[in-house]
Write a protein that binds this ligand. Structure first.
Ligand code: PLP
Length: 395
């Protein structure tokens, strides 16, 4: 055990069983530990580091902002927040955005917006929200209450109340839970932590239609699947639907903690007003400088096209691996958000991968999750394939 592991195990609250390495620095799509060992990274800090490590222009943009001012509060305008707000609205085709510090806070804001929208319509406060089984929306109390994994919620009940769980990709189950007190449907366009399950076309379109017919707000959580990950800037684009409220985080700051919820003008104009919501840090100049630089690089490097172009390469690599190992039941996913579901626990594979210089994470006990930096090239995918193949063989 190195000193840092000992320190961490002594002083950090034990809410994670950490893998036994100490990561020190990164370069491109590779991370290095304190012993100088190199790892190819197929996790990207949980779908965060889309633009890769040691990104010179990104780092310079941050340093530049640090030298000006990092924080001002939302009591004043600041230049990076105004610019980043325009950037996020343009890229998401939403009209107004609120910046948060994390994904879970974006969910809190989306829930409050939906409740306020319904409250302004009928003056009542007992509206319900329909969420999905096996969903994941975060760890704060509101987000936890709409998270469809009972194990995460159990010890912390009661949650926010009036939440109903439908089964994902089952339109009838959503419709059967709707009534005239339903204010929102919240779902991930592609379920992430729940095991990488994309929405079916007829499902998401059907949900959109039901919401339209009844003036129910559709909240799409694109915290993991958004920002180019599926080969679309936002995963909903593939289906030709649009949410009323979107939540974004993870890749939005490329490592700087920042999230956002954005909405259409119709929702913005009929929900939150001054005094209804706030944050001390959210949208501060430092975080927003990161957001604008991330989106600038997305444009400059055409990250979305890059992902779309290399998706068949990644899928083929994973399919070939699947064909070699009987314990792999299925490959599924979208773009650079892929899963290999195993017959049993994937823990031994994850361990062997690490020994072979590959960082890989799971989504549930039996599913390997591949969410690499979006700047991965063809050679990197081949290397990922070789190291994963070796890990599976040894496991
Ligand atoms: C990670 C994640 C969240 C929570 O984001 P945090 O930044 O960890 O609070 C919410 N929804 C989805 C889909 C996520 O993947």
């Amino acid at each position: 055990m190195t000193d840092y592991m000992k320190l961490g195990d002594t002083y950090l609250l034990h809410t994670y069983n950490r893998f036994p390495i100490v990561l020190e620095r990164g370069e491109g799509i590779r991370l290095y530990d304190d012993k100088g060992r190199e790892y190819l990274d197929s996790a990207a800090g949980i779908a965060v580091y889309a633009l890769g490590y040691g990104n010179r222009e990104f780092n310079d943009a941050l340093k530049n902002q640090i030298d000006k001012v990092m924080h001002t509060s939302n009591l004043y305008y600041n230049e990076p927040a105004c610019l980043a707000a325009k950037d996020v609205c343009e890229v998401s085709k939403m009209d107004r955005v609120f910046f948060t510090n994390s994904g879970t806070e974006a969910i809190e804001g989306a829930i409050k917006t939906a409740r306020k929208y319904a409250f302004l319509k009928d003056g009542r406060t007992d509206h319900n929200i329909i969420a999905m089984e096996h969903s994941f929306h975060g760890r704060s109390m509101g987000a936890l209450s709409v998270t469809g994994n009972a194990h995460y919620r159990e010890a912390f009940e009661p949650g926010i109340g009036n939440v109903r769980f439908a089964s994902f990709n089952d339109l009838e189950s959503v419709e059967s839970l709707m009534d005239d007190m339903t204010c929102a449907v919240i779902m991930e366009t592609v379920q992430g932590e729940g095991g990488i399950y994309p929405s079916r076309d007829e499902f998401i379109k059907g949900v959109r239609k039901l919401c339209d017919e009844r003036d129910i707000l559709l909240i799409l959580d694109e915290i993991q699947c958004g920002m180019g990950r599926t080969g679309y800037m936002f995963a909903w684009e593939k289906y030709g639907v649009k949410p009323d409220i979107v939540t974004i985080a993870k890749a939005l700051g490329n490592g700087v903690p920042v999230g956002a919820f954005a909405m259409t003008e119709r929702v913005a104009g009929n929900s939150l007003v001054p005094g209804d919501h706030g944050t001390t840090y959210g949208g501060n100049p430092f975080a927003c400088a990161a957001v604008s630089e991330v989106l600038r690089q997305f444009r400059e490097k055409d990250i979305v096209s890059h992902v779309r172009k290399l998706t068949p390469v990644l899928e083929k690599t994973l399919d070939e691996i699947k064909d070699r190992y009987g314990i792999i039941k299925e490959r599924r996913g979208a773009g650079f958000m892929q899963a290999l579901e195993l017959e049993g626990s994937c823990a031994p594979v994850i361990e062997k991968a690490r020994e072979n210089g590959l960082l890989i994470i799971s989504a549930g006990a039996n599913t390997l999750r591949i969410v690499p930096p979006l700047v991965m090239e063809e050679d990197d995918i081949a290397e990922l394939g070789r190291r994963l193949d070796k890990a599976l063989k040894e496991a």
